[in-house]
Write a protein that binds this ligand. Structure first.
Ligand SMILES: [Zn+2]
Length: 253
C-alpha cells in the first residue's frame, strides 16, 4: 500500500515536471494496478502482505500436518467429519463462516468441545470479498470475529479470505485485529471434484511435516453415491498421514 502510494505521488510529480511523459506515467499506473490485482488473485502469494502457507518450522506444530476445513458448520456434514476425526484421534481447524456459526451454535460449540479450533472465514463468505472497499471488508472480518467469539467464547487468531482472494485493504484490517492470514500448502478442490480418490491424491502429493491441507465441510461436492466428498476422503487421508509418521494439529490452539 505504501509503495503504491509512493509510486502514485512519484508519477504525479513526473507528469507535472515533464508533461510529455504522461504515457509512461499512465503505463506505470496500469502496471501497478495489474500487479496488485494479480497479487490478490494468487491465494498463496505474499505480495499483499504476510500469508501463512505452511506451519512454522520449530514451532508447536513441528512434525505435524494441519487439516483445515472451510465453509461450515453444516448440520448434515460436520457431525460425520467430527466422528471421523475422533476415530483417528486427529485435530483439525475449522475456518467457519460467521453467519453459519450463528445459525448452528450448538454444532460450533461441539467442534470446540471435541478439541478442534474455529478460525475466521468472514461473516458472509461473499464471493465479491476481494473487491470490497475497506469499510465493508473490515465489517466482514470483524463480524466473523464477533460471531465466533459470541458463540464459542474465543476470538480467532487466524483468518482465511473467501476463495483465498483479497485486495490491499485486507492486511491493515488483519494487523489491527491481531489476525494472521492463513492459506494452504495444497488443496483437493473437493467442492468441485466428485471423485474422492482424486481429492485424496492431490492432498497427499509430496506430503511432509508442516503442510496445511484444505478441505470443505460446507459446499462439499458429493460422490457418485451422494456422500459429501470430505467424508469419503478423510479416513484414507488420516491413515496416510499416520503411516507417514506425522501427527495432526490445530491452528491457533
Ligand atoms: Zn470458503
Amino acid at each position: 500500500m505504501k509503495l503504491t502510494f509512493a509510486l502514485h505521488v512519484l508519477l504525479v510529480i513526473m507528469v507535472i515536471a515533464r508533461p510529455a511523459l504522461w504515457p509512461w506515467a499512465l503505463a506505470g499506473l496500469v502496471l501497478n494496478h495489474l500487479l496488485i490485482t494479480a497479487g490478490g488473485l494468487w491465494p498463496r502469494g505474499t505480495l499483499l502482505g504476510p500469508n501463512v502457507t505452511r506451519l512454522a518450522a520449530g514451532g508447536p506444530g513441528e512434525g505435524c500436518v494441519a487439516i483445515t476445513i472451510d465453509d461450515g458448520p453444516v448440520p448434515d456434514v460436520t457431525p460425520a467429519v467430527l466422528d471421523i476425526l475422533d476415530r483417528f484421534g486427529a485435530k483439525a481447524t475449522f475456518f467457519c463462516i460467521g453467519d453459519r456459526v450463528l445459525a448452528c451454535p450448538d454444532l460450533a460449540r461441539e467442534i470446540v468441545s471435541r478439541g478442534h479450533t474455529i478460525e475466521n472465514h468472514s461473516l458472509h463468505h461473499f464471493y465479491r470479498f476481494s473487491i470490497l472497499g475497506p469499510w465493508l471488508m473490515a465489517r466482514e472480518v470483524q463480524g466473523g470475529q464477533d460471531a465466533i467469539a459470541a458463540v464459542v467464547g474465543r476470538r480467532p487468531t487466524c483468518f482465511r479470505a473467501p476463495a483465498g482472494f483479497r485486495n490491499p485493504f485486507l492486511e491493515p484490517i488483519l494487523a489491527h485485529l491481531g489476525l494472521q492470514l492463513v492459506s494452504w500448502t495444497r488443496r483437493g478442490f473437493d467442492t468441485v471434484e466428485k471423485d474422492p480418490d482424486v481429492v485424496r491424491q492431490r492432498l497427499l502429493r509430496n506430503l511432509a511435516a508442516g503442510d496445511i491441507l484444505l478441505l470443505h465441510d460446507g459446499r462439499a461436492a458429493r460422490t457418485a453415491g451422494g456422500a459429501p466428498v470430505i467424508v469419503d476422503v478423510l479416513p484414507g487421508l488420516l491413515e496416510a498421514i499416520g503411516k507417514a509418521g506425522l501427527r495432526t494439529t490445530s491452528l491457533g490452539a
